[in-house]
Ligand binder design. Sequence first.
Ligand SMILES: NC(=O)c1ccc[n+]([C@@H]2O[C@H](COP(=O)([O-])OP(=O)(O)OC[C@H]3O[C@@H](n4cnc5c(N)ncnc54)[C@H](O)[C@@H]3O)[C@@H](O)[C@H]2O)c1
Ligand SMILES: [Zn+2]
Length: 361
Amino acid sequence: MAKSLEVEHPKKAFGWAAKDTSGHLSPFQFSRRATGKKDVTFKILYCGICHSDLHMARNEWGMSTYPLVPGHEIVGVVTEVGSKVQKFKVGDKVGVGCMVGACHSCDSCADELENYCPDMILTYGVKYFDGTITQGGYSDIMVADEHYVVRIPDNLPLDSGAPLLCAGITVYSPLRYYGLDKPGMHVGVVGLGGLGHVAVKFAKAMGVKVTVISTSVNKKKEALEHLGADSFLVSKDQDEMQAAQGTLDGIIDTVSAMHPLQPLIGLLKSQGKLVMVGAPEKPLELPVFPLLMGRKLVGGSCIGSMKETQEMIDFAAKHNITADIEVIPIDYVNTAMERLVKADVRYRFVIDIANTLKSSS
Ligand SMILES: NC(=O)c1ccc[n+]([C@@H]2O[C@H](COP(=O)([O-])OP(=O)(O)OC[C@H]3O[C@@H](n4cnc5c(N)ncnc54)[C@H](O)[C@@H]3O)[C@@H](O)[C@H]2O)c1
Ligand SMILES: [Zn+2]
């Protein structure tokens, strides 16, 4: 059984939490642990709203515990460091993404892939080492082991940089790992939401040709003129899809809901790779014959390691990659969630925590 948060933790904290599967968020007093020897405590300034926050707030993956404070695109300024902390000092700009712990003794951890540790501890909604439940960044302060804290370079804006901590790393990691980062390659990005729009930016910065694949033509102009995509396919337009058969080296699929994979597999060249990063609540149907004919591969990818996350943030700062954001006050968060369901956001909501989260709200 999880221990009581109040008994365990001396630091008062305040955030907005979902209390049940309605996912409705409301003010919530809780507490965080004292700054341990290897911990960094920071004041949260901004937190992005990932679609995973919505899946979790509504228990769409069947693993949520309540009350649940979502948020894993967290940035802020360090207020306190433990005696053994080496990388950070008070005043540093830092971020925390999707995980805050791992076993550090398994093969994945030995390979510096904490994100694939079977005991990886998510930033919110799971049991921490001390038996208490982790809580995320829709809150005023954060305490995390320095290993899970990322340095934010000075030239990276904190508000539009926040979404990189989940959306950014989730698309950067598979582009690198699956070798879809070679200049001249042609990569498709399916779903132009929070993850998808930064996938376009990272792939372009790597020198890759990018085709956006979307259900509607609405975002075409913006994708081409603003995000820098090279071409745009409307997945419901059979003629367009037919004409593009066999043209892509790889696809990053960021779609959050059920959708057919066959049309996407058809777009791949032989040996092409379809990489799933979106996490729909139900299994998708996998047509096997189109995979055999062309030795195509379907893979997955889950966020990225801490080493890779720092590398991604530094790459973003170097190439001026940030998310396109709509900054919102905390009391807009439930409306933002409703809009996220309808894909009505260009392209990431970011909560202005420092200026709008007040314990009297
Ligand atoms: N693998 C990981 O490590 C990881 C990390 C973060 C998020 N995710 C998951 O990735 C998914 C996307 O997250 P996001 O924050 O970018 O969400 P988002 O809502 O911003 O974007 C999702 C996109 O999918 C599109 N879409 C929705 N339903 C569709 C359908 N039926 N057919 C085609 N397109 C459809 C939407 O128009 C939108 O553009 C979510 O499921 C999220 O949980 C996975
Ligand atoms: Zn996320």
